[in-house]
Design a protein around this ligand. Structure first.
Ligand code: AMP
Length: 483
């Protein structure tokens, strides 16, 4: 009865299609280069507004040497606190939910991706970096994380381990897409995958893990979810869908006309304004699901209710890869501006047939991947929350001998778990005290020639300016008492 009620709830919801703001077209403005920039070794593409996926607020680049490739960007130390926070949360979740860390090679046999992601998909057809290596092997840079993990699962006989086998990764992905905000040619994903668990609870737990990861980082997200059933159910649905769109062919955008023959499901993904109203009236896959598929989906939704993960049913969510069956889901921020309205923070789904398709024993599996750059962009909106705490103690040295002693003392302080600021490149005491002031430390340790000879160190209280001389062998307990 409860399930029936849920199904009705779903049917009622299915007509409620979220209106998403129109996609803002990226405007590329030809930029007049200053003379010094006219002959870069690698010229920026004509009309490119900013080189190499630079972001708002990045300082303009003024050099004429080699640059990162278009759509690829350096992740600089100034943003490390966001990446650390994200990885730290992911590691803690992985440890609690017993996911082992896996790192697969960046370069794989290109067939791994054509066989798994699917030939008619944008990733394989347009975006994959494929080339022949020096042995004339056709290889590809990893465009997504799941296929490589599946290959490793099969190759290392993990089917013989107690199931489920749970693995997580963080890795860079390469897709030759048109660079724009939040879309790079190299990006990073954190992914979690579960093998050998056929129950909808595995899907629910994974969705909850991704949801927790994002919400613990202070990002309020919305989970959109759908079921695309098994291939035979999908095949019948696709026939219906194709018939529906054929009758409306003249209204479709050029891309969709091609999709009609090659990959009709992707018609539902089209963001063109002209195509959207057609989608709203299109047949919905839920009406083509078998009873077992519906049951699976209903149980998953009930698990999510129990976990109090808020979701909305999205009958047109199909995801761009061929290997999914049953569940597909995506994560979006709740507060979206027009530009991010179309960009998911992550997504995933069940892929029960993929292990067998790639040569393993039939093994149910499910996983998700979240885009690290897009999450970091969200975190950067709240810099104060992620600012690293500066050290409370600074170590200053005066003279070469003292610098050597300072080196050693830093090592000892590190071993005691203390965080200490220092700058061994500066020689003047004044310069070092200025840094200590800027870091707002409570105490500065000063090591000069005299202290070295005496085996002592000066401890300066930065607020009062009072100084004490302390036996250097007792400095750790002394500081621990003070702090
Ligand atoms: P996908 O496998 O395409 O669903 O990607 C998973 C997640 O990775 C997406 O939801 C995005 O957050 C992120 N992502 C995918 N492609 C890109 C890209 N080109 N640039 C930046 N992030 C991306």
């Amino acid at each position: 009865m409860a399930k029936k009620k849920k199904m009705n709830k779903q049917k009622a919801k299915k007509k409620v299609v979220k209106k998403t703001a129109p996609k803002k077209r990226a405007v590329f403005v030809a930029k007049k280069m200053p003379v010094a920039e006219k002959k870069p070794v690698i010229a920026p593409a004509v009309g490119e507004q900013k080189p190499t996926g630079a972001e708002e607020g990045d300082a303009p680049q003024k050099h004429s040497g080699l640059q990162a490739l278009r759509g690829m960007k350096d992740i600089l130390p100034k943003e490390d606190q966001y990446w650390y926070a994200l990885l730290d949360h992911a590691i803690r979740l992985a440890q609690f939910y017993e996911f082992g860390w896996i790192q697969t090679p960046l370069l794989e046999d290109a067939r791994l991706y054509t066989r798994s992601i699917g030939k008619g998909t944008d990733i394989v057809e347009k975006e994959m970096y494929v080339f022949e290596d020096r042995d004339m092997e056709r290889v590809a840079l990893r465009p997504e994380g799941t296929a490589g993990v599946v290959r490793a699962y099969i190759q290392h006989g993990m089917l013989n381990l107690p199931q489920p086998v749970k693995m997580w990764y963080f890795a860079s992905m390469f897709r030759h897409e048109r660079p724009q905000k939040g879309r790079y040619r190299e990006h990073h994903q954190i992914g979690f995958e579960v093998f050998g668990d056929p129950s909808p609870s595995a899907d629910a737990q994974l969705i909850a893990i991704a949801y927790t990861l994002l919400s613990d980082l202070g990002i309020s997200v919305e989970v959109r979810i759908n079921s695309i059933g098994m291939p035979d159910e999908r095949a019948r649905y696709i026939m219906e869908l194709t018939g529906y769109y054929r009758a409306k062919r003249s209204y479709l955008c050029e891309d969709c006309k091609k999709r009609l023959n090659r990959n009709p499901l992707r018609l539902l993904d089209c963001k063109e304004e002209g195509c959207k109203p057609l989608r709203d009236e299109a047949p919905q896959i839920v009406d083509w699901l078998s009873e077992p598929s519906k049951k699976f989906f209903m149980e998953l939704l009930e698990d999510l209710d129990e976990l109090q993960v808020p979701y909305s049913l999205d009958p047109f969510l199909v995801r761009g890869l061929d290997y999914y069956s049953h569940t597909v889901f995506e994560f979006y921020t709740k507060e979206q501006d027009a530009e991010t309205a179309q960009s998911a923070l992550g997504g995933g789904g069940r892929y029960d047939l993929l292990v067998e398709q790639l040569g393993g024993r039939p093994t149910p599996a499910v996983g998700f991947g979240v885009g690290m750059e897009r999450i970091v962009t969200e975190l950067k909106k709240r810099p104060d929350e992620f600012a690293q705490k500066p050290p409370t103690v600074f170590l200053a040295h005066l003279g070469q001998g003292a610098r050597r002693k300072a080196l050693r003392l830093l090592q000892d302080l590190h071993a005691e778990g203390m965080r200490v600021g220092f700058n061994l490149a500066k020689t003047s005491l004044k310069a070092q005290l200025d840094i200590a002031d800027k870091q707002k430390v409570l105490y500065t340790l000063i090591l000069g020639q005299k202290e070295m000879m005496d085996g002592t160190i000066i401890v300066r209280d930065m607020e009062s300016g009072a100084q004490e001389i302390v036996d250097v062998t007792k400095i750790v307990p002394f500081l621990k008492k003070k702090l």
